[in-house]
Design a binder for this molecule. Structure first.
Ligand SMILES: *Cc1c(COP(=O)(O)O)cnc(C)c1O
Length: 688
């Protein structure tokens, strides 16, 4: 799942209508110029839009599903070829050139899109491995070449050498609007997914589109177009259009997505059928000769046929999860933005995603944070770092914990940054003979990991080691969560020692690299610090460790909800008991709901005895008896309509009620960090 937007999906419908318009010229009866603007200028945003959406979603999944997507597209193209074979046959197009068109241009006029994607996606996939900047430049260059063979052909063809070059291209492709010159740029622009403010997007769209209209009219005036799909300003228009649509709220509209695809595929058949039907009914004047009537008839038939197919499609049942984490990635992105706003100017967020991002799912969390502009992550151990790299997460990944020195080759292979836990660790890492990127941990009083900040000789010695590339220096505060005077004083001493040491290093010419000190409570309770990073963990997930107050009130939103279902409802008579150890005694007539989650999913087993509650149908209900490994009991006496399948909320909102992770943690005498990071691997993962 990705942060889609219903606006993105709904615009597909409009884009499909535009494609139909391009193929039916709705305004010719009324205004040739108007029709030119509608079909050759406005209509030209439709296909780039489809391509950008494709690029956006491929990039969202780190391009890992590219091959699956390619195969699906090939299959769809195959079906379309079969679908349009009768028309090819009828139009006498099954000639010697058919095979060439099959590969380069599509066997029916609108089908060029499929071979375009089949060629363009692998090209974009290869290019983006060079980094998005280079990839975009290369694809931009290809687009410029294509431009010279499209609406600027009349100008380029005046240069004999260029004309000769384009003649070669046209031996292979019918148009330069194809998988090589046209498709990669829009795929990669979609992958970049640039997002401007709403105002900037709309103004940018208005201005660039007006300018492109001017460009198109100018070219039309010159009469130099070989074809009119590509304009110099089209990529700019698309960047702003896409940003405007992305800016809208989250979610998706699958029906719009499927409907638009079907309309796109079926409309040429509908054009033929309308012509045929109009002839049959003797309504040619209205439904064929009148351009607007024609388009309306084609659109109506296309949407009707597509809607009917959608309605007839067999429904796929998705398995209902037993118990799941519901992770609101938009809330996560919101928190990241709020936290960045609370840092000092130039300071960046290092997202702490250890322990599977505190139980939130490290891979989707990192992906979303990267989209939100976060470029540095911290994990606890080597395996966590490798898992992120394998999932395609780029940027700095700092391992906060100890890594055995002999793993230096793996650190290098996965470009992971290692914390130097102490002087001996630093020496051992350097002895492996591989260049290792490291951050120095300085112990300023926590006495966990770190080179004692006062041991200046040890620090200087690390800088003399070959193979150790020191890119950062940090320390960790151990009582910054407390506002008590003694603790605040301790934190001040740690902070001073850290900055004193960093200053001394700089004086000695020992470059400390990126420095960082604060974790979440350092952001909440300290004034902004002159650091390169702040390592935010729990705050990023929108909760505090416990209910204790903090200095700065930040508008953070909980990211995770924990939900399960009612499996069955039990009726108990007074005097009956339930569960292991018969720990629950019914004093009156009692209704118990059996809920599909237990300590095997990471819940603290003592929760029912500590007054644990859940939400069912927007009401708070108490847990009852002893928690089992996979199930627990909830007293739902008095709740009218509880039935199997009902959703049970253990953390999160339901109706007007909310159970916060802090509440659960406090009941069990722990902190949310522990509670969340223990959520088990058996829990399914979903977005709201
Ligand atoms: C876990 C950890 C963090 C994140 O702590 P939060 O309180 O969750 O923000 C930061 N730095 C280090 C060294 C850590 O181990």
């Amino acid at each position: 799942m990705r942060p889609g937007s219903p606006a993105l999906d709904r615009f597909r419908l409009l884009a499909a209508v535009l494609v139909v318009a391009v193929h039916t010229s709705p305004l010719t009866t009324y205004s040739v110029l108007g029709d030119f603007w509608l079909t050759r200028v406005l209509g030209r945003v439709a296909v780039p839009f489809f391509l950008m959406v494709t690029g956006y979603f491929l990039a969202e999944k780190g391009w890992r599903n590219t091959w699956t997507f390619w195969k699906k597209t090939a299959l769809l193209y195959g079906l379309c070829i079969l679908l349009y074979l009768p028309l090819n046959l009828y139009a006498g197009q099954l000639d010697g050139d058919f095979l060439r068109r099959l590969v380069t241009g599509g066997t029916f006029y609108h089908l060029w899109y499929f071979p375009g994607v089949l060629l363009g996606v692998p090209i974009a996939w290869c290019l983006r491995r060079l980094g998005l900047g280079i990839a975009l430049s290369a694809a931009g260059l290809l687009y410029l070449i294509g431009l010279g063979g499209d609406s600027y052909y009349g100008l380029t063809a005046q240069v004999p050498e260029l004309k000769a070059a384009y003649d070669v291209i046209f031996q292979v492709f019918s148009y330069t609007r194809n998988g090589l010159f046209y498709v990669p740029l829009f795929l990669l622009l979609g992958a970049a997914g640039r997002r401007f403010s709403r105002r900037a997007s709309l103004w940018g769209l208005l201005l660039s589109f007006s300018a492109m209209s001017g460009e198109a009219l100018w070219l039309r005036g010159l009469g130099v177009q070989r074809h009119d799909s590509m304009y110099l300003l089209l990529p700019l228009v698309m960047i702003f259009l896409f940003s405007a649509l992305l800016g809208a709220n989250r979610g998706e509209d699958r029906t719009a997505r499927r409907l638009s695809a079907l309309v796109y595929i079926l409309h040429p058949w509908c054009i033929v059928l309308v012509r045929f039907g109009a002839g049959f009914l003797g309504m040619e004047e209205r439904l064929v000769q009148n351009s607007l009537g024609h388009v309306c008839a084609v659109l109506a038939l296309s949407f009707l046929a597509s809607g009917a197919l959608l309605a007839l499609r067999p429904r796929r049942v998705s398995p209902t999860a037993r118990a799941w984490r519901e992770v609101d990635l938009d809330a996560l992105a919101h928190n990241a933005a709020v936290l960045r706003g609370a840092l000092s100017p130039g300071q960046e967020l290092m997202a702490v995603v250890k322990a599977d991002a505190y139980g939130h799912g490290a891979v989707p969390v990192c992906r979303r944070l990267r989209r939100a502009g976060v470029r540095a992550f911290a994990v606890a151990c080597l395996a966590e770092g490798i898992a992120l790299r394998r999932a395609g997460i780029r940027g700095t990944i700092l391992i906060l914990g100890y890594t055995p020195p002999e793993e230096a080759p793996l650190l290098a292979r996965y470009r992971l940054t290692q914390t130097v836990a102490d002087a001996a660790h630093g020496r051992a890492l350097a002895e492996q003979g591989r260049t290792v990127h490291v951050h120095l941990a300085l112990d300023t009083g926590m006495h966990r990991l770190g080179i004692p900040a006062g041991d200046r000789e040890a620090i200087a010695a690390l800088y003399r080691l070959p193979h150790l590339r020191i890119e950062g220096t940090f320390s960790h505060l151990c009582v910054s969560d407390s506002l008590a005077e003694a603790d605040a004083a301790y934190t001040r001493r740690q902070t001073e020692l850290f900055f004193d040491t960093v200053s001394w290093m700089r004086e000695q010419g020992l470059n400390p690299g990126a420095i960082h000190l604060q974790a979440s409570y350092g952001i909440w309770n300290l004034p902004p610090q002159p650091c390169a990073y702040a390592r935010a963990g729990i705050a990023l997930y929108g909760v505090r460790s416990d209910g204790a107050p903090v200095r700065r009130d930040l508008d953070l939103r909980p990211v995770l909800s924990l939900r399960a279902r009612v499996a069955s409802v039990q009726q108990l008579e007074p005097g009956e008991a339930a569960g292991y150890g018969l720990a629950f005694h019914a004093e009156r007539e009692t209704k118990l709901a059996v809920v599909t989650i237990g300590y095997g999913d990471g819940l603290p087993r003592e929760l029912p005895q500590r007054g644990g509650e859940v939400l069912i149908r927007g009401r708070r209900c108490s847990m009852a008896g002893r928690m089992c490994m996979d199930q627990l009991l909830v007293d739902v006496t008095g709740l009218e309509e509880v039935s199997p399948g009902d959703i049970v909320t253990l953390i999160g909102r339901d109706g007007g009620q909310e159970i916060r992770a802090e509440e659960l943690a406090e009941r069990c005498g722990t902190i949310t960090n522990e509670l969340l990071s223990r959520l088990g691997s058996r829990l399914a993962w979903r977005e709201p």
